[in-house]
Design a protein around this ligand. Sequence first.
Ligand SMILES: *[C@@H]1O[C@H](CO)[C@@H](O)[C@H](O)[C@H]1NC(C)=O
Length: 365
Amino acid sequence: MASRLLFSLLLLLPLFAGAGAATCNPSDREALLAIRDALKEPFLGVFSSWTGKDCCKWYAVGCDPTTGRVADLSLRGESEDPILTRSGIMTGRISPSVCRLTALSTLILADWKQISGPIPSCIPSSLPSLRILDLIGNRLSGPLPSNIGLLRHLTVLNVADNQISGKIPRSLPFLSSLMHLDLSNNLISGSIPRNFGNLHMLSRALLARNSLRGSIPISIGSMPRLADLDLSRNHISGQIPATLGSSRVLSSLILDSNRISGNIPASILKSQGLGILNLSRNSIAGEIPDVFTARSYFTALDLSFNRLRGHVPRTLSSATYVGHLDLSHNHLCGPIPTGPPFDHLDATSFAKNDCLCGSPLQSCV
Ligand SMILES: *[C@@H]1O[C@H](CO)[C@@H](O)[C@H](O)[C@H]1NC(C)=O
């Protein structure tokens, strides 16, 4: 009896000895070495700790403590830590070996400025647990993987400030956990998928500074959590969906520098909670709906460089707050209302209209 107990203890001993130092999965270690070999970081030495057996102790690598599988790879070229002010540069490519880290939940290779080549197309089918994919601020090119919609746990997709081309994949609206989407400042063309509104967890949709065409899908107006929508500096045409104004959470709507036409839906200006509205530099026509209320609170309201006609809306003076107002470069006419916010605005807010008058412009005769 006693010898049997001793025997089993001896069997268990190596397990306990290994428990404290969960050495990493050998195949994950091989994959990390291949990732390192495809990148070059000459200044900071971020890969200097990437030697030895236990890859879970390597800089920027995190393992699941129970399985020993690599779960996080988080390398940022611009440190959020104020003490480490040096910012790095990395060249090379993202090795497709990243797809062998099949337990990966976070992949961050951000702000290294020079990482080039494509986003490995094997990522969506190989990394089912991926929650964060952040590749901002590099020189990545080629399209987003067409089957990106397979990543059902993805909450953050950030590829801003790269040279990504091609269209928004048709599968993207199937990212049912996505909360933060940032594709800004790339070379993405084509239109926004009609069913974009399927992204019912999405709170930030940042697609500015691309070459997107076509109209804003109606389905965007029924996204329950969308707080920030930025489509500025694209070639978007068509009208602003009035349904966007019925959102209770939309706080920032930035559509400047597109080819948007039609009128401003009254629902947008009435929308509770909308604090930043930039429709500058479009072809928006008609009158500005005179529908502001005491619940209106705009830190920025920029309607400049459009084809707006009629009066400056009188109800704007009932708004609780209007910080920056720009109605310049339109075809507005008539007296500028008095009282707040009009008494703190200067002439540039009203410049280059057809026949506006009154303070801060010249008095009406
Ligand atoms: C609105 O967009 C225009 C054009 O891109 C830009 O010049 C302006 O600064 C923006 N307005 C605000 C308040 O950010």
